[in-house]
Each structure stands twice: as C-alpha cells, then as structure tokens.
Design a protein around this ligand. Sequence first.
Ligand SMILES: Nc1ncnc2c1ncn2[C@@H]1O[C@H](COP(=O)(O)OP(=O)(O)O)[C@@H](O)[C@H]1O
Ligand SMILES: O=C(CO)[C@H](O)[C@H](O)COP(=O)(O)O
Length: 564
Amino acid sequence: MDMGKYSIGVDYGTQSGRAVLVEIGTGREIATAVKPYTHGVMDEYLPDGVTRLEPDWALQHPRDYLEVLEETIPELLRTSGVRPEDVIGIGIDFTSCTMLPIRRDGTPLCFDPRFERHPHAYVKLWKHHAAQDEANKLNEIATERKEPFLARYGGKISSEWMIPKIWQILDEAPEIYDAADAMVEATDWIVMQLTGKLVRSSCPAGYKSIWHKRTGYPSPEFFKALHPRLERIVEEKLWGPILPIGSKAGELTEAMARRTGLVPGTPVAVGNVDAHVSMPAVGITEPGKMLMIIGTSTCHVLLGTEERAVPGMCGVVEDGIIPGYMGYEAGQSCVGDHFEWWIENGVPPAYWDEARREGIGIHELLTRKAAQYRPGETGLLALDWWNGNRSTLVDADLTGLLLGATLATKPEEIYRALIEATAYGTRMIVETFRASGVPVDEMYACGGIAQKNELMMQIYADVLNMPIFIGASTQAPALGAAMFGAVAAGKARGGYDSIEEAAREMGSVREKPYTPNPSAVRVYDELYREYARLYDYFGRGENNVMKVLKRLKSAAVQEEVKTC
Ligand SMILES: Nc1ncnc2c1ncn2[C@@H]1O[C@H](COP(=O)(O)OP(=O)(O)O)[C@@H](O)[C@H]1O
Ligand SMILES: O=C(CO)[C@H](O)[C@H](O)COP(=O)(O)O
C-alpha cells in the first residue's frame, strides 16, 4: 500500500455537511470540518420570510450544499497540511430521498428568480412528509395492480420517497413539473456539480425511486395509472445513466477544483446515501450484522443473501450497500429529532441554567438525570412516532404518544421514556426481520448519538437483549464516503479495487460493546410487550384517532394559510 495518500468524504446530514480527510490504508481521520446549513431546514417559511409552508413540509436550499464544499474542503487542506495532489479521491453521501427539480445543465429551479418564491422549486428534504396523499394513492393503485415491486418495499412506498414527491409537484405545481428537465437526488446533484455530468447512483435509485437492477423502473402503464402525465416520467424526469455504488462517476472539473482547492481530474465516486455508506466504515461486509445509524432519525441497514419480503421495511436492493449482497433498509423517522423536540418545547429554564452552570449541554444534563432511574421507574411508556412511522407501518400520518404521565413526572423522565420508545421501535424492526427469515445476529451503532449517549446505548442493549458494537469513527458516513472515494480512485492510484478491501483496512468498531444487563432485560421485556400492544392499537386499527386529529389539524391550518 502506497502510504501518504488521502481521500475526502463529505456527509450531507439534515442540519449540516461534514467533511473528513482520511488516510488510505489506516482509516485515520486527519482532519474534519463541519458547515451548518445557512438556511437550515425550512419547515415554516421560504428564505423570503413571508412565503408560508403548509404542515409536513421540509425544504432545503441547494446553495447551502455548495457552501459545504467551498468551506469544508479548503479547511481540511489548510488544517491538515495535506497536499491537494495527495488527495486521490472524493466520495459523497447524503440524506435520502432528498430531491430537487433542475434544468438540464444542473441549475436548480429555485435559483431562477421566477421561481424563488415557489416552494416546489426548492429541495424536498427526506423528511418532507407532505406527499402522503400521493403515497397513499400510489400504494392503493400498486396493490390493486399487484405490482411485484411492492414486496421489495415492505408492501408500501413511503411519502419520503422520489415518486410521491415528484407526483406532489405535478399535482400542486404543474408549472414546476413542466419547467424541470430532471428530478434528481441531492447526492447525484452534488456529484454532478463536482464532475459536470449527471450520473445517478444505484443506491438511492434502488431504495427511493423504485428502480431494480434487473427490471429497471416500474412500467409506463403503472405510472400512467397514477397520472396520465407521469406515463413518461422515466424518460422525461429520471433520465441519466444509473451506475453501481463503488464505481467512479467522473472527475473533478477545473471550476470545482478552483472552488475547493483540489486538483482537477481527482476521481469522484458515484453518490451514496448516509446510512448505506456507513456499513463499510464500521467494517461490516457480511450478512447478519445490523447497523443502526443514529442521528436526527435512525436507519437500520443489514446484508442478506436472499431477497425476502419483510413487512414495512424500507427496501431490499441487490448490491444496494455492498456489491454481491442483498442490502436491506428499515428506519425510524425521528430519533434525535424526538429528543430535540422535547428539549426545545418541554424543558424548563431552570434546567438550561443548570446545564450552563455545569458547563455541559442540555442533552448531557438530561441524560445524566435520566440515568438515575431504573427501567420501569418512570412509569412512562411512549410511542416514537413524533415524525410518523417509517418502519414497520410506513405511515407518516401517525403521531406521538406518551402514557403514564402524572403531576410528579419530571423532564428527565420524559427524556428517558422517549429514548426507550426509540429502542422499542428498533426491537420491533429487528423482530420483524427475524420473523421474515432475515437473520439479525449482531447489532452495531454509529452516528453522533451512538458516540455521545452511553445511557441510550445501554438501554438499546437491554431492550434488544443483544450487545451493541459502536463504530470507532465519530463521522462514520463521511468515512464511508471517503472509502468509496478511494475505491473510485482504484489501486493503481493508491486506493482500492473493492469496498471490501477498503473496509478491511479502514473500517473499525470500538473494542468494548455495550452488554445487556439481565435484570433490565426482564423489565424491558414486559414494557416492550405493552409497547407492541399500543403499536398495534394506534398503528393498525381502523378509524385511527391519530388520523382524525391529523385531518382536523390540516383542515384548520389550510384555512389559516388561505386567509393569510
Ligand atoms: N447527547 C445526545 N443525546 C441524544 N441526542 C442527541 C445528543 N446530542 C445531540 N442529539 C441529537 O442528535 C441529532 C443530530 O444528530 P447528528 O448525528 O449530529 O446529525 P444528522 O442527523 O444531521 O446526521 C439532533 O436531533 C440532536 O437533538
Ligand atoms: O432515509 C434515509 C437514508 O435512507 C435518510 O438519509 C435518513 O433517515 C436521514 O438521515 P439523518 O437522520 O442522519 O439526517
């Protein structure tokens, strides 16, 4: 191995972009840079501050993504002192399905002054849930037509994904649909900015756009049954070559080299998705090992040898994670967001003052207080659906529930109950995979929270009754992206010829896992049974009260938007 060569990975999360410069051969992270998005997540107003967004919208500004490249990459080079010519490859990963309408040359429609006040011209972030009506109709039609693809997506297509999002644009803003020459995943858009050409990645195409390696997209007849104007959606809006992950998308253009400080011609990997790209970063390249990528939300990824239908999974895609295997994905739509909601809306000023006095963050304070309780001691049980349910019910209209609160309930008890709820949600996913014949033998975790919150990881070990291994890197997705950058460069340039080779040398986990505590396991078993009962009652029942509440809320907000 030629030492002294490096690769850069850029991980586009929900709130910020994070870049790492990694040493090939060891995976050592030489430098890290973070750029919070200037516009953050736009869920109430457009950047003009007056154009109001309806409930369940979540947009982003594509200019923020370019700022990430322009600020973090020069910072990596500056702080590390690494010479640009020693950076042999770049890889990108993104949250997904995060998508945008663009012109043929890649210009986002929201850059056009005619559309800058048009919400549908912006990036729809993965957690934009306002296409639920379209997702519901799509699922009904696909079920009626017995579309074979449904089984690969756990029986339902999520409102978070590409086709419902495109259909929402067509339904609500046909002028934007018409003006768009293409609809692209943000990961493919950034790669297009770097290389100057549109190459779609097989990973988001497979998981989020209903594309299959052997059979391609669903038929024009299916799309026509959704809406006559969608019949030619593939040729009109989803065109472009689809390349497998692990291949090279192209090379850095002169213009982007100037903006980043790198060398023109540096190989750029086909774009990836934040969850999937993390697997090799913790060294997993074989079946049976489920990885949780815990952040704003949680994604669960797992390799298998056969294509099995798992109810409510996000998807199974051949070669979707590691070439040669079936890659399974499931997820929870809010995890970190769940805790953040509570911190921002429920934690009283005295707690914030205490955290300041102690010189620690509010998460740390609540975690420290919550750790004083035994399993079951709070008397609380929650459903983790504050941002809908992604797996196994696949329903963005479901909402949160907290049971057992009294006048004596403290903020840290609720914080603990929310953590426990996310652990039960994960157990539901694990049990569903097992019941469907997909083995889950070992559990791994990575992402910011897995690194920071020991109480949470211990609760997960106790609820799942399995050891939890933690990825060694604090930036697993960015490390994974950098590894794919090294594979795009290839052995001849000092990189690797396969992601397995890269994973062997550059991926790793911490030495000590969190191990289950038998007395906690017993209590959590009982609590989980109650969670599962609530899950069925509120998640699967007819005339669901959560749906009634949602309908009344939407009607009231729409009335208000109209009168604004
Ligand atoms: N110590 C902590 N314990 C639990 N959650 C935390 C902690 N610190 C931050 N969070 C939550 O983590 C989320 C951010 O996760 P992170 O992995 O940094 O980002 P992203 O989702 O953008 O990849 C936020 O929702 C925040 O509320
Ligand atoms: O669905 C996804 C991957 O398939 C999203 O990218 C993910 O849920 C959002 O990631 P994060 O919570 O880390 O911002």
